[in-house]
Design a binder for this molecule. Structure first.
Ligand code: HSE
Length: 310
């Protein structure tokens, strides 16, 4: 049996505005790096390698080891692994940091065990890891991180993941204000009930967004991104969100919304040049806010988690 493997697992944008917990896509960068090795101790051991973004080394508190344990339980085997995590995706940034750890680890172990599961089946185990970060199982980051591209979770029970081809000219600007929002806390503030009038608008947008993606109709994608349910409740957690969104739209973005549970904000564009223009305007706007931030452009990553050089 192969003894060791190194993988990289990409960041991802989830929700895509109207699709809370059901839509997401993978980004080209940043990517977590991980090396997983067999050990003879029947134990899962975590080593956190990036001191800037340390991860818990207690295997019961780390999304990667919890996901691996779920897979080992399903296989009914005992096997130890050493998991070295070089975390490059800042935890609590809203671009799927915990999902990348869970997805990378589960993909690596599946390879070392000579692929007992297909890629799509790995999602169920990565979701168990995600529970630690967000307090509930959701797959809108782990699914695109594992499969690449855009993914729709049509159903959770039973799990039904539908990959959707990304239009070729779709680009994304990510602005990450350097404050931390814990997904579990951003979920706790959400009301449990939804007005029927809002629900009607929302499912119209979800259907419009999927149709826009399939038909490569960029205008339709843009006008379908609005979120009537989650964005009004969470946007107040992100400094100057309304102004930032208005700036992105004025600069030509198809749409702009919260990435996952925030604080990162994403704007979609048709084409790379348009993305750079939107990025420049968002950067100028946010420089007035006295908040440290990162900003970058990415296309949709079609590959997802992959084997890398050790
Ligand atoms: N769909 C999740 C949420 C993504 O918005 O809470 C965050 O990980």
């Amino acid at each position: 049996m192969q003894k060791s493997i190194s993988v990289s697992a990409p960041a991802s944008v989830s929700n895509l505005g109207c699709g809370f917990d059901i839509l997401g896509f993978a980004l080209e960068k940043p990517q977590d790096k991980m090396t997983v090795r067999n050990n003879n101790l029947n134990k899962l051991r975590i080593k956190s390698q990036n001191t800037n973004y340390p991860v818990p080394e207690d295997p019961t508190k780390n999304v990667a080891s919890v996901a691996i344990q779920a897979m080992l339980n399903k296989l009914n085997i005992q096997q130890g692994f050493d998991i070295e995590i070089d975390k490059q995706i800042k935890p609590g940034s809203g671009i799927g940091s915990s999902a990348a750890s869970a997805a990378g680890a589960i993909f690596a172990v599946n390879e070392l065990l000579q692929r007992p599961f297909k890629k799509k089946q790995l999602i169920q185990f990565a979701m168990v890891g995600e529970t630690i970060a967000s307090g509930c199982e959701h797959a809108d980051n782990v699914a695109p991180c594992i499969l690449g591209g855009i993914t729709l979770i049509r159903s959770y029970k039973p799990i039904d993941i539908i990959p959707i081809d990304a239009p070729g000219k779709l680009f994304c600007v990510i602005l990450h204000p350097k404050i931390e929002i814990k997904t579990s806390e951003a979920r706790e503030i959400l009301k449990k009930d939804v007005l029927l009038t809002d629900a009607v608008k929302q499912w119209g947008n979800v259907a419009g967004l999927i149709t826009g993606l399939l038909k490569e109709d960029y205008e339709l994608i843009g006008r379908s991104l609005d979120d009537y349910i989650i964005e009004p409740q969470r946007s107040k957690l992100i400094p100057a969100y309304d102004m930032l969104k208005a700036t992105a739209l004025n600069a030509g973005a198809l749409g702009c919304n919260i990435s996952g549970s925030g604080p990162s904000v994403f704007a979609l564009t048709k084409g790379y040049d348009a993305a750079n223009k939107v990025m420049d305007e968002m950067r100028k706007q946010y420089q007035n806010e006295n908040i440290d931030f990162d900003i970058f452009v990415s296309s949709v990553n079609q590959t997802g988690v992959k084997i890398s050089e050790s």
